[in-house]
Design a protein around this ligand. Structure first.
Ligand code: NAP
Length: 257
């Protein structure tokens, strides 16, 4: 399994204007990488780049397929090969907790699934040609089993886990490494307005350390916190009556009014 290092090239992090992506960009820079960062808020990326000279600002919207292809080409032309990519940009709309809506569901899928696909396509092209590259996709423990109030968000993350599994099996023999990152609750803008208690909540900085350790360690899955991850993963392999029982217990904090 190929594991990227800073001597092989630079890192690219999407969704780096805040939260987990921003913390991972910083952590990768501390670990020696030059890091290209992408998100829509250019001012936040510029601020980050001004704070850390190894971080570069490449604003963009992951839902724009042509723009993502152009960005990968621009980054590589200016700074050399992308050895490690963290496709992290994502959204959760709290409106999901009020009830199911096609509009919210499609907007969620467009960013979380579509945006990741738009990054994967140009990355796989250039990495396959080089015979090496590491791509990690930020999924979620929500992708392992249905969670009330998260139908679209969880579906987008379940689709990403499937995508990563299939891409790993398709490309690992030609030197490409795929990883899924599946965090529990992390304190970011995404969770700032949660109206329920979040078990084992951790800071973005703590999450970034675990994510970057996982990049270095290799292996397909980077999941944390361990206790929540074990419970959710165990539930996902049980027959449905048991699975629903456990998920109801785990998500009792998350019930809709
Ligand atoms: N926080 C958690 O508890 C948690 C748990 C499991 C998984 N995750 C996953 O972790 C990832 C990061 O989430 P976070 O918690 O760090 O949330 P966050 O603080 O809200 O950050 C989300 C990032 O995604 C970017 N983004 C959103 N839409 C985009 C678009 N169309 N194009 C480009 N960038 C876009 C945002 O930047 P702009 O607004 O500037 O575009 C921002 O940088 C997500 O995939 C999320 O699903 C989070």
């Amino acid at each position: 399994m190929y594991r990227a290092s800073a001597k092989d090239g630079i890192a690219w992090v999407t969704g780096a204007s805040g939260g987990i992506g921003r913390a991972v960009a910083r952590e990768l820079a501390e670990r020696g990488y030059v890091v290209a960062t992408t998100a829509r808020r250019a001012d936040e990326l510029d601020r980050l780049a001004a704070e850390e000279p190894r971080i570069l600002s490449y604003p963009g919207d992951v839902t724009d397929r042509a723009q993502m292809a152009r960005l990968v080409a621009e980054i590589e032309a200016a700074h050399g090969p992308i050895a490690l990519a963290f496709l992290n940009a994502g959204v959760y709309f709290p409106a999901e907790r009020k009830g199911f809506s096609a509009e919210v569901a499609w907007r969620t899928l467009e960013v979380n699934l579509g945006g990741t696909i738009n990054g994967l396509d140009p990355l796989i092209g250039v990495m396959k040609a080089r015979g090496k590259g590491q791509i990690a996709i930020n999924c979620s423990l929500a992708g392992y089993s249905g969670i009330p109030g998260s139908a679209a968000y969880g579906a987008s993350k379940a689709a990403l886990i499937y995508l990563a599994e299939a891409l790993k099996l398709t490309y690992d023999r030609v030197g490409l490494t795929f990883q899924v990152v599946s965090p529990g609750f992390v304190a970011t803008d995404m969770t700032a307005h949660a109206d329920f208690e979040m078990p084992f909540l951790m800071s973005a900085g703590q999450a970034a350390t675990l994510v970057c350790d996982g990049f270095e360690r290799g292996g397909f899955e980077i999941t944390f916190p361990r206790r929540l991850a074990y419970a959710v993963q165990l539930a996902s392999i049980l027959p449905y009556p048991l699975r629903f029982y456990i998920m109801r217990r785990i998500t009792s904090f998350h019930q809709q009014e």
